[in-house]
Write a protein that binds this ligand. Sequence first.
Ligand SMILES: [Zn+2]
Length: 280
Amino acid sequence: MLSVLLICILAAVAITACGKENTPPQPDNSAAVSQPEANPSNGNEGQGNAARESSGQGAGPDSEQAPAANNPQKGSSAADKAAAADPHSIAVLVNKELALPEDYEPSDLVYPDVRFTFKEKIEKRMMRSEAAKALEEMFAGAERDGIYLAGVSAYRSHSTQTSLFNRYVARDGEEKAKTYSAVPGHSEHETGLAIDISASDGKCAAEDCFGGTKEAEWLAQHSAEYGFIIRYPEGKEAITGYKYEPWHLRYVGKEIAADIFERDITLEEYYDAVPVSGTP
Ligand SMILES: [Zn+2]
């Protein structure tokens, strides 16, 4: 609990330093979640996927370590550092140690005009406008190559993540809940810049078996052309804090995506940030 508070305080300090308004963390007891949420043990698309995909192997005792704070090491420019800590930036860095402010909510969420694995116009179908436009271009580019993709889960509000996490804590206790669900403020889906993608048939949605499919291969090879990265690559678990997730795409813009793709690095490494956790 102390470490969570520290993270919030440090994030608040960093954000204030780059001129963004910020209010002190407030308890969020909102239970206003209208969308159905699947049990994490089943295979349906939905919140259950979030729980499963969030079960980073690094979320053991390491999660109790003191936060590393927003202090990317030498090599990052001042502008880079500001972007990494700015929740409004498309280049914001969010991980198990760096949180979004509790009151952050994207102001430009839209429904991207692409196929999803469900029909409803609900929260998890939304993305920030720039990312949504890039997603539409990426899906169109994939189709030109005969690859048919579908969105599984994109935006998730802080209150949704909080409700979800609190429910898991009530059921399993905080320590166990942390092993399979992201702590509120630490899920990249809260940025409106991340989306889980599957093949159009929805098979292996947000599951390990998506790896190695032609859709996953296409995304790994071409997503950077549209400004997306595979956020949790294979073999980088000790740096990202998450196991390999070939389905989790993060929009960072074409420039940063191209650099990350060419150098075969992670967003943490791009910022020269310290590893998120020790041994996964
Ligand atoms: Zn995801």
